[in-house]
Design a protein around this ligand. Sequence first.
Ligand code: HEM
Length: 426
Amino acid sequence: MTAPSFDDVFGLRQEALRCPYDAYRVARRDDPVFWSDRLGAYVVTRYDDVVDVLRQPETFSSAEASGPRSVTPIAAKLVADPDTPPELRAQAERRLHVSKAAVLLNCDPPTHVRQRKLVNKGFTARRINGMADEIRRTAESLVDGFAADGRVELVSAFSVELPMTVIAELLGVPHDLHGTFKRWSDAFTAGTGNFDLDSAEVAAMFAAVDEFYDYFTEQISSRRAHPRDDLLTDVVTARIGGEEPLQLAEMLQMLVQFLVAGNETTTNLLTTIVYRLVTDAELMASVRRDPDLVEPLVEEVLRAESPVQGLFRRARQATTVGGVEIPEGGLLWLAYGSANRDHSAFPSGEDVLLDRTENQPHLAFGRGEHFCLGAGLARLEARIGIQTLLARLDDLALVGTAEDVRWLPNFVLHGISALPLTFRAR
Ligand code: HEM
């Protein structure tokens, strides 16, 4: 069988989703910046070129830099189509209004600088580190829920629940909404990194998105009336130097980013770390011997199996990247997952090496202006989550083989759909 190509990756072929890395390696060697018809973007695969783009936010914009088939263009098409049923049109219009709000991930300086200052206050090291005990308690109680069974499907029983509980806690919304949170989160990610949504999927997606907007619009007005010590109140009351407060659409869009950027990615990181451990006896033995190695393990899996495999930027003016001419308005896909395995930055980049030194910083959380707001939180959750699993469960083993494991049908968000395991509880 030939190694998967980029078309297989964008075509969501299982084998290519599990291991897009051959396609990346060949591109880095032969065609490091290339135009993809399928993606409608230039794909940038080398570490140095990706860093070069990230260093120039004034040339490479994050505004209007979503993929050609993501939710915003789908909504725009539905609004423009005279045959769209009225209810779906209303949902699409609302979605378009909110998603047009320039917020964090999809905006540029100076707006971005102002917003980032506002939200940094909600993610101080003090608040994040103050969550360690709560994260540990949550992880322990999730393990309590399945420890007696000797087997578990890790994604639904643990990897989804841990970040969801943590973000609900941080925002200050009730924990019993978790199932709903997951459904909302899935609705927002359905259109990312997937070209093939049918109309029923689009309708379900917009219905869930509407529920999210309704719920948080109400929560926002309740925080206005009754401020509390939580992130949602910070978002609602945020002002810097007498500047304007955030508009409702901006707040909603920000909450979408916390929900989606924060949950899906951390879920995928947790599952992928366990997958690497149960498919590599030597790696498992090393971290069992020395639990402090969980910290470099988290960094290495972030690098080698980046939960965000790539994101878009748009060229504001004609320019070049890696010697390739990019026209004004040209879309670029920065393949973080490829850059993170580039041997020029990471010798033996395909291996998870717990004693890796003299690394360049990896790009799993991006770099520069848009560096992940939740990186500290994600690292903390991953470290505590994995340490808890290892402390409580012996003889962790995969049910079936690595080839049986299904990967998410998404080329941006890299992760596993279900990970069935057996174990012996301590
Ligand atoms: C393993 C977990 C995570 C990964 C791999 C990840 C990855 C990323 C990446 C690659 C970016 C940069 C985007 C760009 O270059 O345009 C980013 C930005 C962001 N992340 Fe994360 N993230 C994770 C967890 C979280 C968490 C837990 C939160 C918050 C609750 C969060 C919130 C955000 C936000 C708000 C941004 C936008 C920042 C900005 O544009 O200024 N992320 N993340």
